[in-house]
Every structure is written in structure tokens, then in C-alpha cells.
Design a protein around this ligand. Structure first.
Ligand code: HSE
Length: 352
């Protein structure tokens, strides 16, 4: 990877998260260079429905955002995600394609291709992490590349990197909390008197929900995050279907209001914990008292408690979804890669 000049960024996807990241990069370009030593050129933006744009000298993200705002394509180039990832000018591939939990595509193929060629990948896409974390980590290690995916859990609020880097040396035994912004937003709005369908529509408008919101409501998104925490933090890979899963589909506004009358609040809780034989992970709604620390975590805010040996419980609370909120995760991962390359050290996310 070149570190003497600007890093070549290749966006695969330019939806909520890609645009959120682009806005941050436009706003902070100078600060990133001056304060963080991070200079970049956007060499490709490839989308599924809005065309593609390429430039080895660097595209203007402000122009691309304006085009999308006007409903125009980002460009008229024809190039596949894998071809764009492998452009000679690409240093870091940003996989901001939607999560596909069935086969991981298109993210999995482009991630394999990029890492296999020694290019680093920064991702908010949960599919490839869920399906192939061990393989992708090994590919990155073998090719001297970085694979980072902080945005897969709790958007830009540090969770994976907190556990793997800031809590380095701690034995994390259990992780528990609220990890889906959409369902927490819906439950909060229903307690405020909104109908389920209206609350879901708001969550979609705010860019919290998955492309198919059933992934949120049925608990799949929280389940895959529990699976990722089990693999990446507890060091114990599980298949997704080993995560016990109940969503919020059966919870009505009446249930939420009845719980409130009893001094309780319904939250969708995710958990991954060591057991004698390995790790157990689950997602289920739970009625918790208002005095419980998680009861006050409302809207799209998320919270995770890491139970450790040396520090006991460490809890982080912060945004769990959103365009710029997830863009921030990608930015912090890019800065970590740039810093690691500058210092000649390599620290890709690792399990266990
Ligand atoms: N749909 C997800 C959520 C996005 O609502 O939490 C962030 O992973």
C-alpha cells in the first residue's frame, strides 16, 4: 500500500452509509490531512442502480453527493465491483453494500478479491463477516492487508475496536446489550404513542433500517451482531442459525404501554457469553425495570456491556445506526489503517 501520497479510496455502494461517509470526508478533508495526516483520493464509486464514476486523479465527493441529491446517476462508467476494487489506484476498498446474510454478495466476492490482491477493506457490511470472518482474516494476514469492520456493530460507536484494541489483554467473557437501532427506535416511539408502521417508516427515513427492514424487526440484524461479537470478541465462531432469535414482530403498542404501566420497558436484548463448551448467543425481547441501566437507552441509541476479568463491566452507549454515524466507523477504521501503515505495524481485527 502506498503511504507516501494520498490513499486511493474505492466506494462499492453509495447508499445511506456511503453517502454518510462521503459527507464527513467532504466536510473534514482539510482537518483529516492536517490533524490526522490522512490524505485521500476517491478513485471509484460503483453503485448497483446509479451507475459508476472513475478517476485516477480523484473524484469530487461533493459533486457526486449533489448528483445523487438531484436523482442523477453518479456516472456513466461500466465496471463491476470486483474490477473497481482491483483498479491499480485503489488502496482501500469501502464495502458499503447492503448486508446479505444468505450469500454475503456482492460484498463477499469483492472483499475476497481486494484482500487477495493485498488491498485493504473497510466495511459496514455484516454479511461477509458473518459468513467468512476466519477466511477473510487469514487472507488479509497472508497478503499484508487490513480487514476492518467497526461499522458492523453499533455504527461508529466503538464496540469491536474497543474490545479488540482498547481492552487488549482483558478476557472478555460476555457481551450483552441493545445492538439494533431500528427496533429500539420503534419500541421507543410506540411507548410515545406512535403506531408500529409509522415508527418503522420514520426509522427507514432516518437511514437506520436495513434495505429489507424485516432483517431488523425479525431480529436477524441483532442476531448477526451477536454472532460477530461471539466470533470477533469472544473468539468463538458460531453459525448464524445457532443464535437463538426472537424479534419484535409479536410486540404491539398495547404490550409496550402495558409494560410502561407496570414500570417496565421492553428492549430487544442481544447476548453472547462463554459457556463451559464454547459460547451461547441469543436475541430476544425482555421486559426490564426502569431502574435498569439499559431502560434509558432510547431511540436508535445502542449500548453494550463487556464483562471482563480485569475491569469487570465496561459499558459503552452511543448511536447504533445512521448515515454519518456509520460513516464515522469507516473513517476511524481508515485512519487506523493509515496509522498502522505509517508506523510499519499491522493490526487487522482478529478473533480471540
Ligand atoms: N439496521 C441496523 C440497525 C443498522 O437498525 O441497527 C446498523 O447496523
Amino acid at each position: 500500500m502506498r503511504i507516501d501520497s494520498s490513499l486511493g479510496l474505492c466506494f462499492i455502494g453509495f447508499g445511506n452509509v456511503g453517502q454518510g461517509l462521503a459527507r464527513i470526508l467532504v466536510r473534514k478533508e482539510r482537518e483529516l490531512a492536517e490533524r490526522w495526516g490522512f490524505a485521500f483520493r476517491t478513485v471509484a464509486v460503483v453503485t448497483r442502480t446509479r451507475g459508476a464514476a472513475l478517476s485516477s486523479d480523484g473524484l469530487s465527493l461533493a459533486d457526486l453527493l449533489a448528483r445523487v441529491e438531484r436523482g442523477e446517476p453518479v456516472g456513466n462508467e461500466r465496471i463491476s465491483p470486483v474490477e473497481a476494487a482491483l483498479l491499480p489506484e485503489t488502496d482501500i476498498v469501502l464495502d458499503v453494500t447492503p448486508t446479505n446474510l444468505i450469500n454475503g454478495e456482492p460484498g463477499l466476492s469483492l472483499t475476497r478479491a481486494a484482500l487477495g490482491s493485498g488491498r485493504s477493506v473497510v466495511s459496514s457490511n455484516k454479511g461477509p463477516v458473518s459468513l467468512a470472518l476466519a477466511e477473510l482474516k487469514e487472507l488479509a494476514r497472508a497478503r499484508g492487508a487490513h480487514y476492518r469492520f467497526e461499522g458492523a456493530v453499533m455504527s461508529g460507536t466503538p464496540s469491536l475496536n474497543l474490545a479488540l484494541e482498547s481492552l487488549a489483554g482483558c478476557d472478555v467473557r460476555e457481551v450483552q446489550g441493545i445492538v439494533n437501532g431500528t427496533t429500539n427506535y420503534i419500541l421507543t416511539r410506540m411507548e410515545e404513542g406512535f403506531e408500529y408502521a409509522d415508527a418503522l417508516r420514520e426509522a427507514q427515513e432516518k437511514g437506520y433500517a436495513e434495505a429489507d427492514p424485516a432483517g431488523d424487526v425479525d431480529g436477524w440484524d441483532a442476531a448477526v451482531k451477536a454472532q460477530i461479537l461471539a466470533a470477533a470478541v469472544l473468539g468463538f465462531p458460531l453459525p448464524l442459525d445457532a443464535v437463538e432469535r426472537t424479534g419484535i414482530g409479536a410486540i404491539s403498542r398495547a404490550d409496550v404501554e402495558a409494560a410502561a404501566k407496570r414500570g417496565k420497558r421492553i428492549k430487544l436484548l442481544a447476548k453472547a457469553a462463554r459457556t463451559t463448551g464454547g459460547v451461547a448467543a441469543s436475541v430476544a425481547p425482555a421486559e426490564i425495570p426502569l431502574s435498569h441501566p439499559l431502560a434509558s437507552v432510547g431511540g436508535a441509541t445502542n449500548a453494550l456491556t463487556f464483562t471482563t476479568d480485569t475491569l469487570r463491566d465496561v459499558t459503552i452507549i452511543g448511536p447504533g445506526a445512521g448515515r454519518e454515524e456509520t460513516g464515522q466507523a469507516l473513517l476511524s477504521d481508515m485512519l487506523a489503517i493509515a496509522a498502522a501503515e505509517r508506523h510499519g505495524a499491522r493490526f487487522s481485527v482478529k478473533a480471540g
